[in-house]
Design a protein around this ligand. Structure first.
Ligand SMILES: C[S@@+](CC[C@H](N)C(=O)[O-])C[C@H]1O[C@@H](n2cnc3c(N)ncnc32)[C@H](O)[C@@H]1O
Length: 262
């Protein structure tokens, strides 16, 4: 059942095909594999928004038990096809992060929602997802996810910052800038500066997705009810960001968060 525009977009054959051919880990994901390397082999893992299986390829061989879910049946079909040789040991099911009722309480040691999958639902649903993850995750287990950074969009919004010595780069940047303004007509710089989070149509998948962007300090606040020991990692280089000043000026387009389940 398709109940929101983003889910419909993720179900399109070309988008499914795109995710089914991705295979590289993002730097922060590699950081977490290194950090948890001595624990992963005994962990039961839930990979939410598994898409075409980019992360399955890396995590399935190293965890104790691996379950991947996605709210798009088309993604699950593509993922099953990709890993058909391992169908006995990889569990891939249609499932929605907002309602994980197929899973018992305190079941998973490690829950992943990678590549900003959490950003394609409403604000209220996002808070429900954190609650559900807290329920199905074991206390002391980990939740690792990424989300778009509202601080990262500020440059996109300022046309002067899109100028370059290379005229072709300047041209491409300004066309993208104009499209960004066109698709986000009600977005003003005051709104951008003063909002803790916003729904934005960015360039990914041709401005069709409605994407949740949040300031890192606001994201930490949202998480604190259900998670402790929140650590933050740069998407680009996978390094942890420990300094609040650095966090306030962090302009990666998205950021990874590792949290311990309460
Ligand atoms: C950006 S794609 C990432 C796919 C894959 N994790 C990867 O890294 O290549 C986001 C995925 O999250 C899924 N998704 C979004 N919201 C979801 C939800 N509420 N429950 C389950 N899956 C969801 C989408 O269908 C899509 O496959």
């Amino acid at each position: 059942m398709i109940d929101n525009p983003n889910q419909k977009i993720y179900s399109a054959p070309n988008i499914v095909g795109y995710y089914a051919q991705l295979s590289q880990l993002q730097p922060a994901e590699q950081t977490i594999i290194n950090l948890l390397q001595h624990q992963l082999s005994t962990m039961t893992m839930l990979d939410i928004g598994v898409g075409g299986g980019r992360t399955t390829k890396h995590f399935f061989p190293i965890v104790g038990q691996y379950i991947g879910i996605d709210y798009c049946p088309q993604m699950i079909t593509a993922c099953k096809k990709r890993f058909s040789a391992f169908s006995e040991s990889i569990s891939l099911e249609v499932g929605d992060a907002r309602k994980l009722s197929q899973f018992n309480d305190n079941f998973f040691d490690f829950i992943l929602f990678s590549f900003n999958g959490i950003d394609y639902i409403s604000h209220g649903d996002r808070l429900k997802v954190f609650q559900e993850i807290n329920r199905v995750g074991k206390s002391g287990g980990y939740f690792f996810f990424s989300t778009h950074n509202l601080q990262g969009i500020e440059k996109e919004f300022n046309w002067q910052k899109n100028l370059s010595f290379n005229p072709i780069t300047t041209y491409v940047n300004l066309v993208m800038f104009a499209l960004f303004r066109w698709f986000n007509p009600s977005l003003t710089s005051e709104k951008l500066t003063n909002s803790p989070y916003l729904i934005i149509r960015d360039e990914s998948h041709n401005f069709r997705l409605q994407t949740y962007y949040i300031r890192p300090l606001e994201q930490i606040k949202q998480l604190q009810e259900y998670f402790s020991e929140i650590k933050i990692y740069s998407w680009k280089n996978g390094l942890d960001i420990t300094d609040e000043i650095e966090l306030l000026s962090q302009s990666d387009m998205w950021i990874y968060y590792l949290c311990m389940i309460r």
